[in-house]
Every structure is written in C-alpha cells, then in structure tokens.
Design a protein around this ligand. Structure first.
Ligand SMILES: Nc1ncnc2c1ncn2[C@@H]1O[C@H](COP(=O)(O)OP(=O)(O)O)[C@@H](O)[C@H]1O
Ligand SMILES: [Mg+2]
Length: 383
C-alpha cells in the first residue's frame, strides 16, 4: 500500500468507534436554567446505539465541569430552576487542531482522559454560548459542532445587528431605535425622544438576551426610563421596537444536506391566551396553560408559504448553519414581518422547534440525529 492508499487517521477512528457527542449546557447567561432543561431533553432522546455521550456543564461562573446525566434534576418547573453544580471535576477542552481528547482535572490528582470528542452539541442559549463565543473556541481547535458558526451566531444574538443584516437583504422588519451605553450615558433625554417617535406601545429589549428576559412592553412615556434600566441590567445596549399588532408565527429551518438549500418546517403559532401582556418568561416556561402552541398554524396557505420563504431567506442572510427558529409576526394588515432568529432555539421535546419538525415528519430523536450528522459532515476551518 502506498501513502495515498492510507486511510486518514480520522476515518479509521470513525470506523472503529461510535462518534462521541459532547453535550454542553448551562452557561453564563440568564438562560442557564432553560439550557439545562434542553440538555435533559436531548440526553433522554439521543440514540445511544449511534452515539457515545459526554455531558459537560458550564456553571454560572463559567467553569466547565463533568455534568450529571440525571435528567430529572435538570428539568425546569415552577419552583425549580435547574443549575449546573460547578463543584464537579473540571473539564479541559483541547486547544490545538491536532488533539481531540477531553481531560478531567480532579483536585489533587493527575489529569485523566475523558475521551475523544467528535462533535460538540452546544445546547446553550444567550450570551457566552449562542453568540459565537463557544463557537469561536471550538473553531480554534477545529472541533466540529452543531449549529451556526461565529459570525451568524454573534449577529443573530444581537437584536440590533440582526436587523441591520435583515434590512441589508431587503427582508421585512419593523421600526426600531437602538440605545447604546454611550447614548444613554451622554443624553438619555435624546434617546427617549427618539423612542417617542415610534409611537406607543413599544417593546424595550436588551440587545443580547433571550427567553424574554429584561423585556418590557411600555404603553406611555413616563414608564420608558424604568423599562430601559431593566433592559440595561441584562445588556448595556438596548433595542426599542414599535409594538406590532399581529399573530406570532414561527418556522424551523434546517440546513440542507450536501449543499442543498435550507429546509423549512411547517409553521407554528404561539398564542398567549390569558394572563400575560405578551409571550414573557413565565408564559414561556412556567405557565403552560396560559399559552397555546399549534402546528401547523391556522393561517392561509400563502401566509405559511411567505413565512417559510422569509425564514429561509433570513437563515441565509447571516449564513446560519445547522438549525434556527425564525419568528415572525403576521400583522393585522396581512404582512409578514421578521421578529427574530434564534440560532439555538429552545430544544426540549415540547419546544416549538422540535414540534414544528415533528409536524413536518422528523421526530425529536431523528432531529437530534440529523443535526449531529450535519455537524459531522461539515468541514472545519473557513467555510
Ligand atoms: N415589536 C413587538 N411587537 C409586539 N410584540 C413583541 C414585539 N417584540 C417582542 N414582542 C413580544 O415579546 C416576546 C419576546 O420578544 P423577543 O424579541 O422574541 O425576545 P426573546 O429573544 O427574549 O425571545 C415576543 O415573543 C412577543 O410576544
Ligand atoms: Mg423570541
């Protein structure tokens, strides 16, 4: 056998053993608990005949630790916000392109091997996870991972630059104002005047958060300053949007296989039926009976088609990879307007993204498998 006939070390490895998936969850953002719940869902459903699984938790202080597979402890419910226990043994991730071995540091003991990782499933929501930071770390070491890369993750985490990208691609968005930290420090009155030009109500949001954390619906000028301060607890940059009257229609997008165009799911609808001014954190995670999720959404076919078209265009506008949930408003005037993209949407079996794919013929375990396969198939480095 000459040199060119040698199988590459990587292909020998892949043939010799099941791919190992590191499921990374928790993290530093205010969506820590939501991430734990998502990880519980994925760890329960992932096909153990096809994959070896290494659970890695990121504690709220950023420490990477060997995590529990006790999915019960990771469930989110009223009165129980799950959390990664940061006192476990620390996990070290390779930071070289030639090394795939994760290792564990127990206090007072030499480092021990935790196994080689083939693909990371970063089930992290919010800043320091869904925003390109973890993705950048994995890129440094040529480690494959599920979902969007550095730029798409960063842009789609930031409700300001997300809109800039959408507008640059001619995609429909609503009116908005950005208040940077410097704007607010220098001249808060000017920022509030700019907001007043949007009309009322407005939605005041941290630019980079999620799960409705820090969002307030403001109906009158005298409540605006307090709402901006609330948003600023989460992010020194604030985005204020004109309130849109309409229905919330969402679409799941999956990257195409082997360069094929992205796939759009059946569209779903979220309807807050009681008790909340909008789809806030409690409505999302703690008060199930106040919200109705339906899929397929009861909208005319041409509207569903338009949401799917806009969803795929939004996915491509920022060069998303793997998956994204695209959220739109279907307005009282009959228009479809983009609200946001989530590059790592809520991913428990009951979350909208998996439900939309289940309604489109890919059940939860199949969806997990598809995402891992897409990640394994992708080349490392610049794409
Ligand atoms: N401009 C808007 N007009 C009407 N409702 C809005 C607007 N922006 C947000 N909302 C409501 O607030 C919820 C959360 O806002 P969103 O921008 O999706 O933040 P998050 O990233 O935290 O999910 C939306 O699902 C919707 O119910
Ligand atoms: Mg949202």
């Amino acid at each position: 056998m000459n040199d060119t006939d040698q199988p590459s070390p990587e292909s020998t490895d892949a043939a010799a053993r099941k791919p190992t998936v590191a499921i990374v969850f928790g993290g530093r953002s205010s969506e820590h608990a939501v991430s734990c719940a998502t990880a519980a869902g994925v760890m329960q459903a992932i096909d153990r005949d096809a994959y070896d699984v290494i659970p890695i938790g990121i504690a709220k202080d950023g420490r990477w630790v060997v995590a529990t597979e006790d999915t019960g402890a990771l469930q989110l419910s009223p009165g129980h916000l799950p959390e990664v226990d940061g006192s476990g043994a620390a996990v070290l991730v390779p930071l070289s392109t030639t090394d795939r071995a994760l290792s564990v540091l127990d206090p007072g003991a030499p480092p021990r091997a935790l196994g080689e990782v083939d693909v990371v499933f970063p089930l992290l929501h919010g800043p320091f996870g869904e925003d390109g930071t973890i993705q950048g770390m994995l890129e440094l070491a040529d480690i494959r991972y599920v979902g969007s890369g550095v730029l798409a993750s960063a842009v789609m985490m930031d409700k300001h630059y997300m809109k800039v990208i959408f507008a640059g691609h001619g995609l429909p968005i609503g009116p908005y104002v950005v208040i940077t930290d410097r704007d607010w420090q220098r001249d808060p009155a000017a920022s509030m005047d700019a907001v007043a030009s949007l009309g009322w109500p407005v939605f005041v949001k941290p630019a980079r958060a999620g799960s409705s954390m820090g969002i307030t619906r403001v109906t009158r000028p005298q409540d605006l300053q307090a709402a901006i301060e609330v948003a600023r607890v989460h992010d020194p940059k604030v985005v204020v949007e004109a309130g849109i009257v309409g229905r919330e229609i969402e679409c799941g997008v999956l990257e195409g296989r082997e360069g094929a165009p992205p796939r759009a799911s059946q569209v779903g609808e979220i309807e807050v039926v009681q008790g909340h001014e909008f789809y806030d954190f409690e409505a999302k995670y703690l008060a199930e009976s106040d919200v109705e999720l339906s899929c397929p959404a009861k909208v005319p076919d041409h509207v569903a088609e338009e949401v799917r078209r806009v969803a795929v265009a939004a996915f491509e506008a920022a060069g998303c990879e793997g998956l994204a949930r695209v959220d739109c408003f279907y307005t009282e005037h009959g228009d479809v307007i983009l609200n946001e993209i989530n590059t790592m949407p809520g991913f428990t079996p009951l979350s909208m993204y998996p439900r939309m794919w289940a309604a489109s013929g890919l059940d939860y375990p199949q969806l997990i498998d598809e995402l891992i396969q897409l990640a394994l198939a992708r080349r490392t480095g610049l794409r």
